[in-house]
Design a protein around this ligand. Structure first.
Ligand code: GLY
Length: 353
């Protein structure tokens, strides 16, 4: 079992059956009610394992969230709060978030607001959840088409990463998590980037040591800047364009978060190169990796206009200006870089080529 200590909680990485989960439940919540929050996928593929492996969870109530970003909204959170009320959940009970980013984001938010805070733990089941979404205390919901506009920082009591859950995932989900892994390499570790781009198979990608490396990078960043006042902003690399692309397509051809982030990484690396912060050689390497691992999308003039409009709503903007993270090298990033509409339009147009 690998343990990564953060300032607020511990992350255990290894088989859940060998983790401290059983002791944690017995020592802290033996007389409490437990809620397991899942989505339709983790109900089908992951829930049985949890309930059969841990006797203490046999009588837990299960709440199922509908799959899809369009469901990461207040009305669904509200119906979960109503269910918690029906089950008589108090502040002394526990919510177990078992799922990908949607479940840990929503579950953390739901737990943190209910009765001013019920404890929760995260058990991420997707690659993206394990390397990014479940770590760092960002919880929240979408507001209309705008991603994660409502939320609070709130940490789980413990986080358990068991990579055997990844065996239940379709390939697109693994690729989606790969985008966030690449991001971590690009912003802070040329060595990780090099290892990631040399990967030859999915098995190598989901090997424990690479995931462990990414988790350590994420923890190191969020631990020094938990509320994103400075260095944590670098974790948003690829997300200013990425979130806007994701929300633009939400109602039509919905694309996965990681896919949108991959396109955002390519666009923001292009901007880094155009602004002479990143060498052409490094940009080409990034473009090559993204374009060979993720499907490209053709952006019409209308799409580009709308994506820029959505970028204007980004939480990270300051004084009405669109701001994003750019690379200064592979493994180094600069935050609060201001962009003009013309520059963004050119980067999006370049994704078509
Ligand atoms: N996913 C970006 C962050 O946690 O800050």
């Amino acid at each position: 079992m690998k343990i990564i200590s953060t300032s607020h909680y511990e992350i255990e990485m290894g088989s859940l059956s060998e983790s401290t989960l059983n002791d944690f439940l017995l020592n802290n919540y033996s007389d409490s009610k437990k809620i397991i929050l899942v989505d339709e996928n983790t109900r089908n593929y992951c829930l049985d394992y949890l309930i059969t492996e841990f006797d203490t969870l046999f009588e837990a109530e299960v709440i199922v969230l509908p799959v899809g970003e369009e469901n990461k909204v207040l009305s669904i959170a509200s119906s979960v709060w109503e269910a918690l009320t029906e089950y008589g959940i108090t502040r002394y009970d526990l919510i177990i978030n078992l799922g990908g980013g949607l479940v840990t984001d929503m579950g953390g938010f739901i737990a943190s607001c209910y009765k001013r805070g019920v404890s929760f733990i995260n058990i991420p089941t997707t690659l993206l959840g394990m390397v990014d979404a479940s770590i760092g205390g960002k919880t929240g919901l979408n507001l209309g088409h705008y991603k994660n506009q409502i939320g609070v920082f709130s940490n789980p009591k413990v986080l358990y990463i068991d990579i055997s859950f990844l065996e239940t995932l379709p390939i697109e989900e693994i690729v989606s998590g790969f985008a966030e892994m690449l991001k971590h390499g690009l912003i802070s570790s040329a060595d990780l980037w090099k290892r990631l781009i040399e990967i030859k198979s999915d098995e190598e990608l989901i090997a424990k040591d690479l995931i462990y490396e990414v988790v350590k990078i994420k923890v190191a960043i969020v631990d020094v800047d938990p509320e994103e006042k400075n260095i944590r902003k670098t974790l948003n690399f690829g997300h200013t364009i990425g979130h806007a692309i994701e929300s633009h397509f939400m109602d039509t051809t919905a694309i996965a978060h990681g896919h949108a982030v991959a396109l955002g990484i390519c666009g923001e690396a292009y901007l880094s190169m155009k602004k002479k912060m990143l060498s052409l050689e490094h940009y080409k390497q990034i473009e090559n990796i993204i374009k060979s691992n993720f499907p490209l999308i053709q952006f019409s003039d209308e799409d580009i206009k709308d994506v820029i409009e959505r970028m204007r709503q980004d939480k990270k903007n300051t004084k009405g200006k669109i701001s994003c993270v750019l690379l200064t090298a592979i493994g180094a990033a600069k935050y609060d870089c201001l962009l003009t509409d013309k520059e963004i339009g050119e980067a999006l147009f370049h994704l078509n080529l």
